[in-house]
Design a protein around this ligand. Structure first.
Ligand code: NAD
Length: 289
């Protein structure tokens, strides 16, 4: 076991709530921080929904373990209280200045030994390290959406990360039931998104170009490779807004694909599994997280 007693997760949105819940589910006391009462109320609802999701989807969770996990999570909007931890996992919105500002404030409040880890999907840890005030105790710990099911944790330091800190975080990832994926040097997109984004774009090109229906693209991928999900099923799990935002920041070809996604799906309220419909429709019980 990593020698962490107190773990804080900053930001209790989609990913922050999942990381906090999974950490609590594996027996840690977790402080879940968000900015105000309204955000905390939304977080409390997310945790209640996660209790039900775990009961439905995680073997053994219905025998009291999911309810116990919920009790190990303390919600707060007091950053000083949140900063009192051995490990702080940051899952605040993907905005560089907001993350930097958060780290500056946190560095003032947290003990010197506290390790900071970012869950950022698209920023490199070296974009953030100077604002942490502790480059040797800072790295990326990147989870995938639906952490209880898609349980990779990609661990990526900067050239300044202390190897002992890196190893502790690898151990922690394992302690909370993740499969740690060690990345040896900084790479935008880590392993997962370096593979996934070109794959998802290629699928979109087939559908937007009128070559094949999304269902048939998925069917081809599943049958021919044995993969459980096709690319459009993955879009629905991720939610369509994140890929859309990435496409609209890309070149002209990417923006064309983004516009197609918007016109045919997003503008019709088809945002993916969480909204009940994306490329496929979902019964209410599938729509958690
Ligand atoms: P989200 O918008 O669902 O949640 C962000 C939360 O942060 C909100 O609850 C918001 O109130 C809170 N917040 C806003 N300002 C804050 C501040 N100053 N301090 C603390 N909390 C603040 O976002 P998300 O999808 O959970 O993404 C969070 C991070 O996780 C991002 O860096 C993103 O790249 C990363 N990530 C997301 C996914 C995904 O599939 N959604 C997957 C992997 C990684």
């Amino acid at each position: 076991m990593a020698d962490f007693q107190k773990v804080t997760v900053l930001g209790a949105g989609v990913l922050g709530s999942q990381i906090a819940f999974q950490t609590a589910y594996k027996g840690f006391d977790v402080t879940s921080y968000d900015i105000n009462q309204k955000a905390l109320d939304a977080a409390a609802k997310r945790y209640d929904d996660l209790v039900e999701t775990y009961k439905n989807e995680v073997p053994g969770a219905a025998d009291g373990a999911a309810d116990e996990a919920r009790k190990r999570i303390t919600l707060t909007d007091d950053l000083a209280k949140a900063a009192d931890a051995d490990l702080i996992i940051e899952a605040v919105p993907e905005v560089l200045e907001l993350k930097q500002d958060t780290y500056r404030k946190l560095n003032e409040l947290a003990p010197k030994e506290t390790i900071f880890a970012t869950n950022s999907s698209s920023l490199l840890p070296s974009d953030l390290e100077s604002s942490t005030g502790r480059p040797d105790r800072f790295l990326a710990l990147h989870f995938a959406n639906r952490v209880w099911q898609f349980n990779t944790a990609e661990i990526m330091g900067t050239k300044d990360t202390d190897p002992a800190v890196y190893d502790k975080v690898v151990q922690f990832a394992s302690d909370i039931g993740m499969v740690p994926i060690q990345i040896h040097k900084e790479k935008a997109g880590y392993v997962l998104n370096s593979l996934l984004i070109p794959f998802l774009n290629a699928a979109l090109e087939l559908a937007a170009g009128g070559y094949a229906e999304p269902e048939d693209v998925d069917k081809t991928w599943r049958i021919a490779t044995g993969a459980p999900l096709g690319p459009f099923q993955i879009y629905d799990v991720v939610g369509l807004m994140t890929p859309y935002n990435i496409l609209m920041n890309g070149d002209q070809g990417n923006r064309h694909l983004g516009a197609w996604l918007k016109q045919n799906y997003i503008d019709k309220g088809k945002l993916g599994m969480a909204s009940g419909e994306g490329f496929y429709t979902y019964p209410k019980s599938d729509q958690s997280a």
